[in-house]
Design a protein around this ligand. Sequence first.
Ligand code: AMP
Ligand code: GLY
Length: 429
Amino acid sequence: MNILLLGSGGREHAFAWKIIQSPECSRLYVAPGNAGTAEIAQNVPLSITDFPGIQQFVLDQAIDIVIVGPEEPLVKGLVDYLQAQPDTATLPIVGPSQLGATLEGSKDFSKRFMQRHGVPTAAYETFTADQIEAGLAYLEKQSLPIVLKADGLAAGKGVLICQTLDEAKTSLKEMLLDAKFGDASSKVVVEEFLTGIELSVFVATDGKSYKILPEAKDYKRIGEGDTGLNTGGMGAVSPVIFADEAFIKKVEDRIVKPTIAGLEIDNIDYKGFLFIGLMNKDGEPSVIEYNVRMGDPETEAVLPRIQSDFLGLLKGIATGTLSEYELKISPEYATTVVMVSGGYPGSYEKGFPISLPETVENAVIFHAGTAKDPAGDIVNQGGRVIAVTGFGKELGEAVTNAFAAVEKISWEKAYYRRDIGQDILKLNN
Ligand code: AMP
Ligand code: GLY
């Protein structure tokens, strides 16, 4: 198969690493890719939102399947675009239609979807600018803290957890009346604050059938002990010890099944991954959010645990034959540590050469924001630069293996959290 993978993060390097292990992979192109994908596949200088360019590339290179990593092209309608052209109307694609992608692109849409299909989630109301008075009155009646969410995509910044009524009222006004998050906050979801422990469950679906992939927990804050600013994700572990079989069964029965059924009932064409962000409160799951793609860095911990042919899974998703696919998961633990540019998530310097080891033990190195400079050095190019996944029979061993590999990697001002996995190890003791 000739394969086109869209994206350039650690998630896409992990996808590429897994795809090339498949006997069915002939050629793998990654657009635009990074220095890591360049070593194992062919990078293509195509923007992920250049829909005509992508379509032309598919035709020129006789691409058999397109795999979309990030949400942006999905929310902008790439799948519908390709399906609307006769030449690519039946092209297998991993990624939902624009309507399906609205589950991530609009929080109000996804809350209404959950409510309609009986999926457990926090109580909420949605407000627009002309409903500001009703919104402020609603806030008065809620308990604190209270969660305000910009309806649209806001680069992970659109969620505010307000501790006081004053703060909530000010924020609601800023979001609705002053376009604090631009167009994304022209609608605001006001939502009950959920307590408990967060984790994510990943589902592959062809819209009818589904497979539950390994769950993961990520570490969102920049600082150790979950402090400081939010990031794209500083680490991940899989499996998650506190999500036992009984919990995952509840997630399947109460969340995955009604969600997949809901897609069919609503006539939403969905062939792709669904990332379900969950709160576990005393063993009871409720949905915080849907994302219409795999997580990053969760993918770097989840994918290595898939033992069955990954390209087969992708084909099953894209061609509607997922029910025939047998998913095999390794029981081993994976821990991913993300190394970032110093200063991230604020401003940071780029272009420092990265020193990488020849080999690592019981670990694998994925590139994220890396590039080759004109001198041929691999340099840091983005905020999140390298994701290292360590493996082990126990979580502690996976953590040790991940950090042993991290210590062999360096560049000027590199930073990483040293406490990835520690909270779970403590829970376990
Ligand atoms: P989101 O952008 O929807 O992923 O939200 C970002 C983060 O805000 C989540 O990962 C949670 O940690 C937190 N969060 C979102 N909604 C809630 C909620 N209803 N209760 C508690 N925390 C929340
Ligand atoms: N790690 C969270 C995300 O991919 O959205």
